[in-house]
Design a protein. Structure first.
Ligand code: PEP
Ligand code: MN
Length: 337
């Protein structure tokens, strides 16, 4: 059960509700969002008189939620969440395209990529400054220098930036530069990190763990949301299966399943999902046809020389071709890019 307070609810009204629930031996989780407070009720609340709770001062409505994820559930909020970044809205009619290299490598590389992807119609720029690499001997990212490059490129191109944060102690630093914080597949269940980004006011791009179920993804979103940050965009980026030909298997089912279960926007990463640039266009079109609210695509001016993920990165020209075809699919399903 969730108790949604009115926007103008006062602290004593919230306290009165918590006290009443505690009297019934129930625990509470308080999520103080920018607009309103939401009280999650934990424990067996079958005996509670929900009508009486709904009539208490300051309460807007009481919502029974049976699923393990509450704030992320469609039961809690039937209408789609819309998250706006620099006027580009995730969860609306438009399919938001984020594009850029896997890793930030230099000012020149970022400027060149940004100029191309913007011209082709991308709405946001991606790039990793802190890289979660399988091998400790692989390029680990430029760190703060990389973030500064991205912020500079934003100034010149007006493309807002999404970049990964890997540890709770990096959150403040990354927040200084980024417009959206990415939680990578390897950190989807790093609960200390989820709690930390849940306390920020930045939109979060939460990538599905490569070995995680859809429900586990939603429980991770719940961690972020229960800390007060409700601006979470979910990302299907492929999961591990027995298939070896591709890097991962794009779980296209996840898109409509998530749309059924949650009000949060859902995007797809066709680059990590396939691991091969030749497959990225087909996977992108499939994602949009299935109802994805956005795509995050790796683009590099010279993939053969990329510090990471060159095999799955598109050259700018191929990205522009992809955009034309993705737009046609978007139109076919009543959307735009
Ligand atoms: C990335 O976006 O470059 C990345 C490392 O993604 P993932 O966490 O999905 O592997
Ligand atoms: Mn990558």
């Amino acid at each position: 059960m969730i108790i949604i307070m009115k926007m103008q609810a006062k602290t004593p009204q919230i306290e009165a509700i918590i006290k009443r629930l505690e009297k019934e031996n129930l625990q509470t989780n308080i999520s103080s969002g920018e607009e309103r407070t939401i009280i999650g009720v934990i424990g067996d609340h079958r005996q509670i008189d929900k009508g009486a709770m709904a009539r208490m001062d300051g309460v807007d409505r009481v919502v029974p939620v049976l699923r393990p994820f509450k704030l992320a559930s469609r039961d809690f909020q039937p209408e789609d969440t819309k998250i706006s970044i620099n006027g580009h809205v995730f969860g609306g009619n438009k399919v938001v395209i984020m594009a850029g290299p896997c890793s930030v490598e230099s000012m020149e590389q970022m400027m060149e990529t940004a100029t191309h992807v913007k011209k082709a119609g991308a709405s946001m720029l991606r790039g990793g400054a802190f890289k979660p690499r399988t091998s400790p001997y692989s390029f680990q990212g430029m760190g703060e220098e990389g973030l500064k490059i991205m912020a500079d490129v934003r100034k010149k191109t007006d493309l807002y930036i999404v970049t990964e944060v890997m540890a709770p102690e990096q959150v403040d630093l990354v927040c200084k530069y980024a417009d959206m914080l990415q939680i990578g597949t390897r950190n989807m269940q790093n609960y200390a990190l989820l709690n930390a980004v849940g306390k920020t006011n930045k939109p979060i791009l939460l990538k599905r763990g490569m070995m995680s179920t859809i429900e586990e993804l939603l429980m991770s979103a719940e961690y972020i949301m229960s800390n007060g940050n409700h601006r979470v965009v979910l990302c299907e980026r492929g999961i591990r299966t027995f298939e070896k030909y591709t890097r991962n298997t794009l779980d296209i089912n996840a898109v409509p399943v998530l749309k059924e279960l949650t009000h949060l926007p859902v995007v797809v990463d066709p680059s990590h999902a396939t691991g091969k640039w030749t497959l990225v266009k087909a996977a992108s079109k499939a994602a949009v046809a299935a109802g994805a609210d956005g795509l995050i695509i790796e683009v590099h001016p010279n993939p053969a020389e990329a510090y990471s993920d060159g095999e799955q990165s598109l050259k700018p020209k191929r990205f522009a071709e992809l955009m034309v075809e993705v737009e046609r699919v978007a139109q076919a399903v009543g959307r735009s890019v």
